[in-house]
Design a protein around this ligand. Structure first.
Ligand SMILES: Cc1cc2nc3c(=O)[nH]c(=O)nc-3n(C[C@H](O)[C@H](O)[C@H](O)COP(=O)(O)O)c2cc1C
Length: 321
């Protein structure tokens, strides 16, 4: 049984948090279109001495969604989520947790480390916490630490993807866990959202297709590269952040590197102290999942959600559900 907050979405989809790319415009558009929108807390950055950007973003998102809900009581916006990178090098974590607690963020997504205090803070302000994992061992650990639900990040996902098939990952987790389970990795059509549910997940977690939306904070060339690329253009490498991730090969070539001959890096080089591992990894070497063959144009996020919703309904009908 899904927690009430995840029950009334237009389609069972969470727009996943993406470093640099996710901004309030995208989150608000996703939520108004009826799916959960999210952003990494680290995307909200201020210069020294300036007002705290995370507070400004949370104020804007909550106020705009409240206004929308008052004007559209029959079609209220979906809730939003904030992603916390729970890694020792994230020096902002304590501060960001305090802010999200104060703003009563409804859905907390945690990555790279399961910590009880973060789950406790989420629950204490009435929220739920979802932790992303790449294998069954980490999944058990996350639930032991108090996460309400899991995001299974399978092979082919944008960003720090896992190595496992979604079928294997979901099946192993479902043997012991009947709580909220999201599937991440190369989901880019409504058909695939339904497939994720057939496999045992409750919701699909979709990132890369939302890079090619008008609202996303990405260079036009990045959006266009997604439109023009397919699964064969995605390469997996640990070189840029210290952890295995998926990237657009043409962006690696544009940076003067050979995507076929990338060195390996070790995990100790991960550093979120400045807000990211190596900023270049995301600003010039572009992260992306394998599902983007389904992306044929840059659209407003609401139109992408419309497409997913139409495909989802058609797929259900095709299977006579
Ligand atoms: C450019 C990019 C940046 C990402 N940054 C983050 C991040 O900061 N935090 C996080 O939890 N996941 C991050 N992810 C992973 C996504 O949240 C999600 O797992 C993934 O995009 C889903 O796979 P898909 O892109 O194939 O849909 C990122 C993904 C991409 C493509």
């Amino acid at each position: 049984m899904l927690p009430p907050i995840l029950q009334n979405l237009r389609i069972p989809v969470v727009g996943s948090p993406m470093f640099i790319v996710s901004n309030p415009d995208l989150v608000i558009a996703q939520c108004k279109a009826g799916i959960v929108g999210s952003f990494p807390a680290l995307n909200a950055r201020e210069k020294d001495g300036e007002p705290i950007m995370l507070e400004a973003w949370l104020t804007r998102i909550t106020e705009e969604l409240d206004r929308h809900n008052q004007a559209n009581p029959d079609q209220p916006a979906a809730p939003f989520a904030v992603n916390q990178i729970v890694h020792r090098s994230n020096a902002r974590l304590e501060r960001d947790i305090e802010i999200c607690h104060r703003y009563k963020v409804p859905i907390w997504i945690t990555s790279l480390g399961a910590r009880k205090e973060v789950n406790d803070a989420a629950h204490d302000c009435g929220g739920i916490s979802l932790h992303d994992i790449i294998n069954n061992k980490f999944a058990r650990k996350a639930i032991e630490k108090g996460a309400n639900g899991l995001i299974a990040v399978a092979a082919g996902a944008g960003g720090h993807a896992g190595p496992q098939s979604p079928f294997a990952l979901i099946q192993e987790i479902r043997e012991w866990f009947d709580g909220p389970l999201l599937l991440s990795g190369a989901i880019a059509t409504g058909d695939a959202v339904l497939a994720a549910q057939a496999m045992g997940a409750d919701l699909a977690y979709i990132g890369s297709p939302f890079i090619a939306t008008t609202e996303a904070n990405a260079q036009p060339e990045y959006k266009q590269m997604i439109v023009e690329s397919g699964a064969m253009d995605i390469v997996t490498s640990s070189l840029f952040t210290g952890v295995s991730g998926n990237y657009l090969a043409p962006s690696i070539r544009n940076a003067g590197l050979d995507p076929e001959a990338l060195e390996r890096a070790d995990a100790s080089s991960m550093d979120f102290g400045q807000g990211a591992s190596k900023p270049k990894a995301w600003s010039t070497i572009w992260g992306c999942g394998q599902g983007i063959g389904a992306v044929s144009e840059v659209l407003p996020a609401a139109e992408l959600v419309d497409r997913l919703a139409n495909e989802y309904a058609a797929a259900r009908q095709r299977l006579a559900l």
